[in-house]
Ligand binder design. Structure first.
Ligand code: B12
Length: 142
């Protein structure tokens, strides 16, 4: 069976790596074919990669406390593109006093399908992956 393709990346200003390794293994365990671009991925590299090798899903992880700024900047860069039907989700760690639901709302409003913030328990993400696969059955990127 064809596996959904997922592009995994840390945003431009984020150097954390183990979160990406963890997510790569989790995505593989859940039946996804993963391209892990690693940390500090520029918008140019991310969108060039998507143009060259179309994906079904893009997963962004940001730990350094700037998930909101990074996420909004990424969606702004995406709006300048003319092609590309990938679904984007984001996750990571917020700053200590940050309002989780406010940030989640802002990220979803900007264009992410979902935002997994301060969630060290992966069960909601695993449920998302399962329903994503179900909803894309038969229409995966070849
Ligand atoms: C290791 C580390 C570093 C290393 C990274 C080395 C490397 N190559 O990865 C170094 C020293 C470089 C570093 C630098 C910095 N760090 Co640092 N770092 C850490 C540390 C100790 C561990 C992070 C880690 O690897 N965790 C292991 C992974 C597997 O787990 P995780 O990160 O928690 O990820 C889980 C969840 O968040 C979730 N998740 C994450 N992303 C996503 C995405 C999706 C879609 C989903 C579903 C889930 C999900 O799933 C993961 C598994 O449960 C944490 C503190 C801590 N104990 O967590 C601080 C921490 C993340 N760092 C922090 C900071 C502030 C920095 C710096 C800004 C410090 C500085 N002033 O320079 C810089 C940033 C550099 C940069 N440009 O990004 C803060 C972030 C605070 C915040 N969120 O507001 C933390 C929390 C420390 C702290 N308490 O202050 N760091």
């Amino acid at each position: 069976m064809t596996q959904p393709k997922v592009l995994l990346a840390g945003p431009p200003a984020d150097a954390h790596t183990w979160n990406l390794i963890y997510l790569e293994l989790l995505l593989q365990e859940n039946g996804f074919c993963v391209t892990n671009l690693g940390p500090n991925v520029t918008h140019a590299l991310l969108f060039e990669t998507l143009t060259r090798t179309p994906q079904d899903l893009v997963v962004v992880s940001c730990l350094n406390g700037s998930v909101k700024q990074e996420g909004l900047a990424l969606m702004e860069a995406r709006s300048a593109r003319t092609r590309g039907g990938e679904i984007f989700v984001i996750g990571g760690a917020l700053q200590e006093q940050e309002d989780i639901s406010g940030t989640q709302r802002a990220l979803i409003q900007a264009g992410f399908l979902d935002a997994f913030l301060n969630e060290s328990d992966p069960s909601r993400f695993v449920r998302f992956l399962s329903s994503f696969k179900e909803s894309r059955r038969g229409i995966l990127t070849s």
